[in-house]
Design a protein around this ligand. Structure first.
Ligand code: CIZ
Length: 305
């Protein structure tokens, strides 16, 4: 069954001169068929470098918007138009403007999980992989507003020693992972290394051995001699962790850590998307121009190895 769908996808890719990008949180079969998988930073770089005319973005809306901003001449398709990001929706451009008015001298750093309008209001964009480096590169005497994820923000504040003005946003999927989940998983796998995403809550992060973005988890697992890992992030990453490290065992900290939006993308929707050339994600020229400045700075700052 899937074989037929894969063949159809390959044919459409050729016809449309399309490339398929899949985020690390996508369902396993979609990561397997994608031309590139990765985190927002890696996929943004791929999107900006590809010769393809069409980018099929298997992820959520803000990621497709990012691709549209970085590749103005290309068509960017999101196979399910309702695949959004509740964290990104937790701050609007108007709310950010009000926060800036209250702190007129502050620099604004926005997490990539934000709308194009919020990126346009920001000075810098970052991912979980390069947020620490980015904040470290900012002048020590400047106040910094960090939006919208409070948990990533606290992690950055701790690692950089900077006092950040935080927005109270959070990822509804990452906050489902509890301290008890980590303790129980550790009880069952006492020798395992706990890798947690910085979007997790502070008590969960306090129990982790490593705080890593998804891209960093993949790199860490690949070079580690450890044989068991407890993974505290969206469970989609476990597919690729297992595939790249067949000798090691990867256990989800919580089976509840499933992003319903990431899982909206299916093989059938990818086919429909290329057949009907929908759903096109576009960003107005004015917003794109301003958002691109903050995104260009993100792409320039690579995460520490
Ligand atoms: O930056 C990304 O792609 C996200 C949302 C998470 C991660 O750590 O890769």
């Amino acid at each position: 069954m899937n074989e037929r769908l894969f063949q159809r996808i390959n044919k459409l890719k050729e016809q449309r001169k399309a490339v398929i990008l899949a985020h690390n949180y996508q369902p396993g079969e979609i990561q397997d068929l994608a031309d590139f998988t990765g985190d927002s930073l890696g996929l943004s770089i791929k999107a900006s470098q590809t010769d393809a005319q069409v980018i099929v973005f298997c992820g959520v809306r803000f990621m497709a918007e990012t691709a549209a901003i970085l590749c103005p001449g290309k068509t960017v398709l999101l196979p399910d138009k309702s695949a959004g990001c509740p964290l990104a929706d937790m701050i609007t451009a108007e709310q950010l403007r009000q926060l800036k008015q209250k702190n007129p001298d502050a620099l604004v750093v926005c997490y990539v999980n934000s709308s194009a309008e919020v990126k346009a209001e920001s000075d810098y964009c970052c991912t979980s992989a390069n947020a620490v480096e980015l904040v470290n590169s900012l002048p020590a005497d400047r106040t910094i507003i960090f939006v919208p994820d409070q948990h990533l923000g606290r992690f950055v504040a701790e690692r950089t020693g900077r006092d950040l003005i935080l927005w109270p946003g959070y990822c509804p999927t990452h906050v489902l992972i509890t301290e008890d989940d980590i303790r129980n998983a550790k009880g069952r796998h006492p020798d395992a290394v706990v890798m947690a995403h910085p979007e997790c809550t502070e008590p969960v992060k306090a129990l982790a051995d490593q705080l890593l973005s998804t891209g960093q988890m993949l790199k860490f697992a690949a070079k580690s001699a450890v044989k068991q890992f407890i993974v505290a992030t969206e469970i989609g990453i476990i597919h690729t962790l297992k595939k790249q490290n067949p000798q090691a065992e990867f256990v989800a900290a919580s089976d509840r850590a499933v992003c319903p939006n990431m899982k909206k993308i299916t093989l059938a929707k990818i086919i429909g998307s290329m057949e009907d050339m929908q759903y096109r994600v576009t960003v107005s020229e004015e917003i794109a121009k301003r958002a691109k400045k903050s995104l260009d700075r993100m792409v320039e700052i690579l995460p520490a190895k």
